[in-house]
Write a protein that binds this ligand. Structure first.
Ligand SMILES: Cc1cc2nc3c(=O)[nH]c(=O)nc-3n(C[C@H](O)[C@H](O)[C@H](O)COP(=O)(O)O)c2cc1C
Length: 210
């Protein structure tokens, strides 16, 4: 895939709007244009869960569109982009995309991405999952959609919530072949091996000095 010059970013009403904000923060100034749409409940959860006002988040994007603006540029396949990410992605939005509904700009833009055979990444968040959620996600996964839940990793030894958010956001951006090394990646070495090797080095240098 070519380095994408522009991505569509959707933020919907699942908990975890900070994931969408962090993506925009990471992409801001990276040379990638971001085209943002926030759903009504995306905006409500954003102000409930974070210190950000909607306009601050819109200010991080290159362009932002109203959720009801079905005539926006991103509503057409002639808007050239390698793909779209929805973070966080609610089960309602998963259902709307899985069933081809285009009744808001996020659903429509995602539908266009699918018809143009471009890349769609859904940073889904719900727990537990019922059969409807799972069936909808399986249907989309079989069409090539990347289902990337907001599940944190622990192998990189996160020190705080920010580390966990950054790691998920970095893995989402990786999906578009943009590799921002904002967090440690798995290097195949377990922490106890690293400690043992550091202890050995210290021992060796003490031996040398003393
Ligand atoms: C605080 C809050 C947290 C929510 N968390 C989730 C969630 O994690 N996953 C989900 O699918 N829906 C969640 N919802 C429900 C969605 O916001 C609701 O289904 C909404 O209609 C989604 O619409 P949208 O996809 O257009 O944003 C939450 C709602 C609120 C108010």
């Amino acid at each position: 895939m070519q380095h994408p010059s522009r991505l569509i970013v959707g933020i919907t009403g699942a908990t975890g709007s900070i994931f969408g904000v962090r993506l925009l923060q990471m992409l801001h100034g990276s040379g990638v244009e971001t085209h943002l749409v926030v759903s009504k409940w995306g905006a409500r959860t954003l102000t409930h869960e974070t210190q950000f006002a909607l306009k601050d988040v819109q200010g991080l994007a290159t362009h932002s569109y109203a959720i009801g603006d079905q005539g926006a540029a991103i509503s057409s396949g002639s808007f050239v982009t390698p793909g779209m990410v929805i973070a966080p992605c609610s089960m309602r939005t998963v259902a709307a995309i899985a069933h081809g509904l285009g009744d808001n700009l996020i659903h429509r833009a995602a539908d266009v991405i699918l018809k143009e055979r471009r890349k769609l990444v859904l940073v889904v968040r719900e727990s537990p999952l019922n059969e409807i959620h799972l069936e909808n996600m399986l249907k989309l996964a079989r069409m090539g959609v990347v289902i990337l839940p907001t599940v944190p990793a622990f192998y990189n030894n996160p020190q705080n919530l920010d580390d966990m958010i950054n790691h998920v956001a970095m893995r989402v951006i990786d999906q578009f072949d943009i590799h921002l090394d904002v967090m440690n990646r798995w290097d195949g070495v377990l922490l106890d091996q690293k400690r043992a090797s550091a202890d050995k080095d210290i021992g060796a240098s003490h031996g040398r000095d003393g």
